[in-house]
Design a protein around this ligand. Structure first.
Ligand code: ATP
Ligand code: MG
Length: 558
């Protein structure tokens, strides 16, 4: 068989299978599900799965369920149940009435477990977890039968009922399927169906002290909900024979099929919930919604538009072979969407004061700035020009190299929407650092063009000193400095410069006054969004993503 791969955008081997099933009249309606375990926040890998499952339900006649796989109360919390629902909605998908919980099926799963016992297909094992692990064998050696494997049905039933009744402590016994300890597939070597866990469950409270394993609960939940195509990631491929075994042995109401696709891996990113949980718990980040996190909550806070995520997962496609996607691809999709949708404003991240010496003291004038270069309906706004301004420190060099076209002594540049200005002098502090520039402006260049046709090579953003507002700006870089961070020792790969705080930045007054959480472009700097840490006196803006820095590239080229 040849390996199926992602074909054109929007088409993939799973959709091909579904189309073929519909063509053959196997199903009238396609039913998929997204089955998160509520043990953490959703990340961008989940976005791929959500877009696949919900996308299929939109494209074909069908529906997609949101089902919480809430079978391990020790790690699961209501906070996660709530955040997952908010994130799926934010991404733009809707499960309608189809919200389910594996815990809704605990009674039925229990009855079916008793049936397996009665059919001689399950037994209670008194071995410890460690003993079970050691007797499981390896890829090359078969496992060993448990000494409890041949317990009579009645004894198994009695012990299983007493497990349920709470007579035994955690870990004392488990219920195992009786399949084959010599099976080539280790998943078939008498897998555990139930374990004892005296733990409070967010939904069933203290009703249960035995909980089903993922393998036992998952396929049966699919069957109960009449899922037609149960789509999961590749690591479950080896679990499929077990998935099918349960469906065959139990009186389930439908026969779902499992299909596996490659999970999303991204450079500079770890998408394991274990790692993400630890990043939060150990305080490496400020929470699940820290803008450096690859979580949907983090990306939302960072100003990433959901449409950019949808476009990203569409572009990467769905394939059957594992791969690592360049995080640059995600950044490209974010930039593309924000370029289209976000209004332009000006901000000065590292201000350098400029005094226009030939501009009259006390005079100001209102200049018109456009809000979006490609969208006239976004309108215009006014910015106040005056004698004292701020420009970006990086836009000035006292002794510039050859290709530096921005402001330097004697050089003329355009201030965006305003005038041509020329640098006539610098003011330095005792340490010899430039703290202020002296410039002149050409009144004939109002609006940014010289009537005599002379050209300047740079257009720079700026802000009026009097009416711009101080702000804190947070620049985020990759959380990990290693393109393939080591999940088992991730702390060593953390980027010490993943957060840069610019506390003396300035922004347009209109930006400061608006409480909008729509991202905007600060011209020449990138896309920024108001952060929830803003206070009335001090707005805080996070950089969603930078624009490409052409000067840095030129410098690198030499
Ligand atoms: P982890 O392995 O990090 O703990 P998980 O995959 O077990 O996460 P679940 O809540 O069980 O997390 O995942 C819900 C669904 O999302 C599953 O169907 C899973 O296959 C899918 N999923 C999880 N991570 C990815 C990923 N990186 N790419 C694509 N799908 C993913
Ligand atoms: Mg899982």
């Amino acid at each position: 068989m040849t390996e199926p791969v992602a074909t054109e955008v929007g088409r993939d081997f799973i959709r091909d299978i579904i189309q073929a099933d519909l063509d053959q009249g196997k199903y009238k309606e396609i039913v998929t599900r997204f089955p998160p375990e509520p043990n953490g926040y959703l990340h961008i890998g989940h976005a791929k799965s959500i877009a696949l499952n919900f996308g299929i339900a939109q494209e074909f006649p069908g529906r997609c369920h949101l089902r919480f796989d809430d079978t391990n109360p020790v790690k699961e919390e209501q906070e996660y149940i709530d955040s997952i629902q908010a994130d799926v909605r934010w991404l733009g998908f809707d499960w309608g009435k189809n919200l389910f919980f594996a815990s809704d099926y605990f009674d039925r799963l229990y009855e079916w477990a008793e049936k397996l016992i009665q059919d001689g297909l399950a037994y209670v094992d008194d071995q410890t977890q460690e003993e079970i692990r050691l007797s499981r064998g390896t890829l090359t050696e078969p496992g060993k039968n448990s000494p409890f494997r041949d317990r009579p049905v009645e004894e198994n039933l009695d012990l299983f009922r007493r497990m349920k009744a709470g007579e035994f402590p955690n870990g004392a016994r488990v219920l195992r399927a009786k399949i084959d300890m010599a099976a080539g597939n280790i998943n078939l070597r008498d897998p555990v169906l139930y374990r004892i866990l005296h733990a409070h469950h967010p939904r069933t409270g203290n009703a249960w002290c035995i909980y089903p394993s993922y393998d036992y609960a998952h396929g049966q939940s699919d069957a109960i909900e009449c899922i037609t195509h149960s789509i999961c990631t590749l690591e479950f491929e080896d679990h499929r024979p077990l998935y099918d075994w349960f469906i065959e042995k139990l009186p389930v109401p439908s026969e779902p099929h499992q299909y596996e696709f490659a999970r999303l891996n991204l450079t500079y990113t770890l998408l394991s919930k274990r790692v993400l949980t630890q990043l939060v718990r150990d305080g490496h980040v400020a929470g699940w919604d820290d803008p450096r996190m690859p979580t949907m909550a983090g990306m939302r806070r960072r100003g990433v538009p959901p449409a950019a995520l949808r476009e990203f997962v569409k572009r990467i496609g769905v394939a059957k072979a594992n791969s690592v996607v360049d995080v640059g691809m995600l950044e490209f999709c974010i930039r593309e969407e924000l370029n289209r949708t976000s209004q332009r404003r000006m901000a000065v991240l590292k201000p350098l004061k400029v005094v226009i010496e030939n501009y009259p003291e006390g005079k100001t004038e209102e200049l018109e700035a456009i809000n979006h270069p490609d969208n006239a309906s976004a309108g215009t706004r006014k910015i106040t020009f005056g004698r004292e301004l701020y420009i970006e420190q990086d836009d000035f060099m006292e002794n510039p190299p050859k290709k530096f076209f921005r402001l330097s002594p004697g050089n003329e540049v355009r201030l965006r929407y305003a005038y041509f200005v020329k640098c006539t002098g610098v003011v330095k502090n005792d340490a010899g650092e430039v703290v202020e520039l002296r410039c002149t402006y050409d009144p004939a260049t109002r609006g940014g063009n010289a009537p005599d046709g002379r050209k300047v090579k740079a257009t720079m953003h700026w802000l009026p000193a009097a009416t711009s507002v101080p702000a804190e700006i947070r620049i985020y870089n990759q959380l990990f400095s290693n393109p393939s961070p080591d999940a088992s020792n991730f702390a060593a790969d953390l980027n010490p410069n993943s957060l840069e705080i610019l506390s003396d930045a300035r922004i347009e007054a209109s930006v400061a006054e608006s409480n909008s959480t729509e991202p905007m472009q600060f011209e020449r700097q990138g896309y920024f969004v108001r952060d929830k840490d803003s206070t009335p006196g001090k707005p805080v803006f996070s950089r969603t993503i930078g624009l490409r820095d052409t000067f840095a590239k030129e410098v690198a080229k030499g």
